[in-house]
Design a protein around this ligand. Structure first.
Ligand SMILES: Cc1ncc(COP(=O)(O)O)c(C=O)c1O
Length: 410
């Protein structure tokens, strides 16, 4: 096990102050902070071997290409992908879902077919499927959630049917925090011949992920939530499926031969990486993976169970607050979403900011499920490897102060 206090030294931003108070950064589900090792990797990229990849025969282009492909190998090992060909660099989770929606679903989903997502999806794993359904005359079906915001397995058989072509489900909800039983959902999808996609935006950074064990056909995640810069993410896909898919974006690099009237496609993964890739951030993602591997993903997960257990207990003592999602830390990722009676989360968040505590407030891009619960917005504190129980204490003190302030104000 690592000690988060030791790790904090690696994150320069964590020693800054906000409004004269030490920063307590609890908005990690939105984006994580970056360690020196990742920042230095970026600096090295620009200072030592910045050149376009896959194109030049000159030394620094070859070096840049090798670094990017090394990063792909690291990512591939990190999720236990069977080969690097199925690891495609994209901008983020959103782009990965759009890639599958455009390149696979537009060609394989038709009139009367069904696409299944859950009620608790982030907009990224909902809105792209809405477009496919509208354009192809297909139906978008929802797997209902249990009271604590987990996909309700009792609906698997009735919702996922012989008409289902694709099931795409969030692994850890960025709103309820619930860990969904994705293996069971995938098994049912495959039973009816449908493909299975996992939105791993909140799981890949926080727990060991093995795509072979999950048996997912696609997995999407974002680098910026796992210590890497924004603008780099990953779509993992099974090679046998990716090979049959049309490219998403077209232009340079993704072609083998081009004539004036047609073209043939490059091998995987280049077929899906049109144009100059974001190689510097890909290399930095490789450094982030090294950092997380150094901590050990089992230890990362254990730390989050510990800190979430501590936070849930502390939240339970504030009777004005209602926590959404599973009761046990074992059943959730490292985040706590809550409401505070009539106090608007934005007001609460602004008050906490004045105490140096950064949390997220709003609908967290999960508007439909907020609406279903009769909520407009919630507050969310989310944790990562560098967060400590002392920071939870600071959060709780700030929340108590805020609750007292708003009680007097009303
Ligand atoms: C569960 C989930 N899915 C998808 C996304 C979208 O990620 P990105 O904005 O990096 O594309 C997020 C981001 O918060 C998320 O939490």
């Amino acid at each position: 096990m690592f000690d988060p206090k030791d790790i904090r030294k690696d994150f320069p931003i964590l020693s800054r102050t906000v409004h004269g108070k030490p920063l307590v950064y609890l908005d990690n589900a939105a984006t994580s902070q970056k360690p020196r090792q990742v920042i230095q990797t970026l600096v090295d990229c620009y200072e030592l071997y910045n050149a376009n990849v896959h194109r030049g025969v000159h030394t620094i282009s070859v070096e840049a290409t090798e670094r990017m492909e090394e990063a792909r190998r690291k990512v591939s090992r990190f999720i236990n992908a069977p080969s690097t060909e199925g690891v495609i660099f994209v901008r983020n989770t959103t782009e990965a879902v759009n890639l599958v929606a455009n390149s696979w679903a537009m060609d394989n989903v038709g009139q009367g077919d069904e696409i299944v997502v859950s009620e608790v999806e982030h907009h990224s794993n909902l809105v792209p499927w809405q477009k496919v359904a509208h354009q192809k005359g297909a139906t978008l079906k929802l797997l209902p959630a249990t009271e604590d915001g987990r996909v309700d397995l009792s609906f698997l058989e009735s919702i996922i049917t012989q008409h289902t072509k694709l099931v795409s489900v969030v692994h850890i909800s960025n709103m309820t925090g619930a860990i969904n039983p994705v293996k069971e959902i995938g098994r049912r999808a495959h039973q009816v011949g449908a493909l299975f996609m996992v939105d791993g935006a909140q799981s890949v950074p926080h727990m060991p992920i093995d795509v072979c064990n999950l048996d997912c056909d696609f997995l999407a995640f974002s680098g910026h939530k796992m210590l890497a810069p924004p603008g780099i993410g990953v779509l993992f896909g099974k090679v046998s499926i990716l090979e049959k898919m049309e490219p998403f974006l077209r232009g340079g690099e993704m072609v083998r031969e081009v004539w004036y009237d047609h073209a043939t496609w490059n091998d995987l993964p280049n077929k899906f990486e049109a144009g100059t890739p974001n190689f510097t951030d890909a290399v930095a993602l490789g450094a982030a993976v090294d950092y997380l591997d150094g901590l050990g993903m089992d230890a990362v997960r254990q730390h989050e169970i510990d800190i979430t257990t501590y936070a849930l207990k502390a939240f339970a003592e504030l009777e004005e607050l209602d926590v959404i999602g599973p009761k046990e830390a074992q059943d959730r990722g490292g985040l706590v979403t809550f409401t505070a009676g009539d106090i608007h989360p934005h007001d609460l968040g602004t008050f906490l900011d004045s105490e140096g505590v950064a949390i997220r407030t709003g609908h967290h891009c999960v508007m439909p499920y907020h609406r279903k619960l009769g909520l407009v917005a919630t507050g969310r504190a989310s944790f990562y490897v560098y967060n400590t129980n002392e920071e939870i204490d600071t959060l709780i003190q700030a929340l108590k102060k805020a609750l007292a302030y708003f009680a007097h104000a009303s």
